[in-house]
Design a protein around this ligand. Structure first.
Ligand SMILES: [Zn+2]
Length: 307
C-alpha cells in the first residue's frame, strides 16, 4: 500500500546545510503529513497551499530550518517524476522577474557562452537567458509534465532527469541558475559543491529561494505557503550565505526583491477556505482584474556567488 511504502521511506537526518546534529536544533513545527495526499499535485510547483509539512527544526549554528525525518531520495525522485504542472503563465511571470535580476548583475558573469537552469520547469527562464545573449542554454527538470508544456524552441534543451554532476564536464558553464528549487533538494550542499565544480573560473551560481525570515512569512507563520511538505529546508539570509561560502563561493551577495504576478496567482497563495477563495477568483474574473499584474515583496531572496 502507498502509505506503508512512504512511511517506510521516511529517514532522519542532521542539519541539511551544516551537518550539525539534531541535538543542536530547536523544534519549529511538528510533522503534519497525510501520505496518501502526496501523489500528483502534492509535488507540483506553485500549487495551492495545503499546509502539510515534515517536522521542521531550526539549526542553532547555520540558522536554516530543515525537515527531518524526510522521504528518502529515491521516493522523492519518483514523486517529482510524476508530479503535475498547471502553472505555465505564472512560470513566465517568474522567469521575467529573474531575468531582470540577472540583467542587473550580468557584470558578474565572465561571459555568456553557456548556462544551465536547474529545476527549470517548462524552461521559461531559458527564453530569458537567450534574450540576455547566452548562446548554449540547458535546463534540468525531473518532472515530465512541465516539459510537455515547454515552448517548442527550447523543449529539446531540457534534460528530463534529476541533476547529476557527472552528466556534465567540469568548468563547462558560465552561469548556473537554480530558482525555487534549493528547498526541494535532499542535499543542498552537494548540489552547491557540484555547481562550483561545473562552473568555469569566476562563473556565477544564481539562486532564488524563500526567506523564512521575510516579514510576510513571519506574519503568516505556519499558514505561510512556504510551510510545505516539498520544502526540505527553508533559508534565511544568514543560512543561504553560509551554504555558498562554506562550499567555496566567493563574494556571496544576498538581497530581497519584489515579485510580479497576476492578481489571481496571489489570491491562490492566501490561506483562505477553498469556497471563499473560488468566490474571490470568479469575482476577479467578473471585474476583469484577474490578469492585473501586482508587484509585492513577499520574502524571496536573490543570491549570487562567484567561483
Ligand atoms: Zn545547520
Amino acid at each position: 500500500m502507498l502509505n506503508d511504502h512512504l512511511i517506510a521511506a521516511l529517514v532522519n537526518r542532521p542539519c541539511s546545510v551544516c551537518g550539525t546534529g539534531s541535538d543542536q536544533s530547536l523544534l519549529v513545527l511538528e510533522q503534519n503529513i497525510n501520505l496518501a495526499d502526496l501523489d500528483g499535485f502534492g509535488f507540483a510547483s506553485r500549487k495551492p497551499p495545503d499546509n502539510q509539512h515534515h517536522q521542521l527544526l531550526q539549526c542553532k549554528l547555520c540558522d536554516v530550518w530543515y525537515a527531518s525525518p524526510v522521504l528518502n531520495e529515491a521516493t522523492i525522485h519518483k514523486l517529482y517524476k510524476e508530479a503535475s504542472f498547471d502553472t505555465g503563465d505564472e512560470a513566465a511571470f517568474a522567469a521575467r522577474t529573474y531575468g531582470k535580476l540577472l540583467a542587473h548583475r550580468i557584470d558578474l558573469v565572465p561571459d555568456t557562452l553557456s548556462a544551465i537552469d536547474v529545476g527549470t520547469g517548462d524552461g521559461a527562464f531559458l527564453l530569458e537567458l537567450k534574450k540576455l545573449g547566452f548562446q548554449a542554454v540547458f535546463g534540468i527538470e525531473p518532472s515530465d509534465a512541465p516539459i510537455k508544456m515547454a515552448h517548442p524552441s527550447i523543449r529539446q534543451n531540457i534534460i528530463n532527469k534529476p541533476f547529476q554532476e557527472s552528466d556534465f564536464t567540469p568548468g563547462e558553464f558560465s552561469l548556473i541558475s537554480c530558482f525555487q528549487t534549493i528547498e526541494h533538494l535532499s542535499d543542498p550542499g552537494s548540489f552547491v559543491k557540484s555547481a562550483r565544480n561545473l562552473l568555469k573560473e569566476n562563473g556565477v551560481l544564481m539562486i532564488v529561494c524563500h526567506n523564512r525570515r521575510g516579514i510576510l512569512n513571519r506574519l503568516l507563520g505556519r499558514k505561510s505557503p512556504i510551510i510545505d511538505v516539498e520544502h526540505l529546508q527553508l533559508f534565511s539570509p544568514k543560512s543561504i550565505e553560509y551554504l555558498l561560502s562554506t562550499c567555496g563561493f566567493k563574494s556571496v551577495e544576498v538581497s530581497s526583491f519584489v515579485n510580479s504576478y497576476p492578481l489571481r496567482y496571489w489570491l491562490r497563495l492566501l490561506p483562505l477556505p477553498k469556497p471563499f477563495s473560488r468566490f474571490l477568483q470568479s469575482l476577479l474574473v467578473t471585474l476583469r482584474l484577474d490578469k492585473l499584474v501586482v508587484s509585492l515583496p513577499v520574502g524571496n531572496l536573490a543570491v549570487f556567488g562567484s567561483r
